[in-house]
Design a protein around this ligand. Sequence first.
Ligand SMILES: Nc1ncnc2c1ncn2[C@@H]1O[C@H](COP(=O)(O)OP(=O)(O)OP(=O)(O)O)[C@@H](O)[C@H]1O
Ligand SMILES: [Mg+2]
Length: 178
Amino acid sequence: MRRKKIDVIPAESGQKALKLLQESAFDMVITDMRMPGITGMDVLAKAKEINSNIIVVIITAFGSIENTVEAMRAGAFNYLLKPFSADAIEAVIEKAREHISLVEENNYLRHQVSTGGSRTARKVIAESPQMKQILAEATQVAKSNASIFITGESGTGKEVIARTIHYNSLRANRPFIK
Ligand SMILES: Nc1ncnc2c1ncn2[C@@H]1O[C@H](COP(=O)(O)OP(=O)(O)OP(=O)(O)O)[C@@H](O)[C@H]1O
Ligand SMILES: [Mg+2]
């Protein structure tokens, strides 16, 4: 999954998966249904408890349709029927990615609507030559993909500069996460 820029962490049991879920943030869980110890249904329920937005895909064997239906009702995003190909798993991940970006975009737009949009509301005021220089640089670097380190005392406008960069960047229509 390297070439798709997906970090995959395997877990040898449901318990191990839940431990990982508690320790760090994941976008997606792909779990078998019948496993020694806790089942895929348990993993699904606990994963959703930890993060209600998490995407859970259930791996199911032919003849376990009832379990699959139950899992979908319990909030599973999709299922993979055994045996499945690498293409099938990639297709499910792709669907999940689309879903995640739609949810993000929706949250972003909802926020924009509720705040009346912040593009104009947060206009930077600059009188000093130093601040004008910073603004010019911000607008210039915004067009690049470089990482930008903004430093300064509290209240000096780091966030307004970050926003300025974002709104002048090629990612302006994607969410700005302060
Ligand atoms: N040059 C500026 N023009 C307009 N508003 C500004 C400017 N600088 C700061 N502000 C306003 O001052 C307040 C603090 O700015 P901001 O949140 O960007 O500071 P900060 O550097 O991120 O602070 P902190 O380190 O506390 O997070 C905000 O309400 C911001 O809109
Ligand atoms: Mg700040």
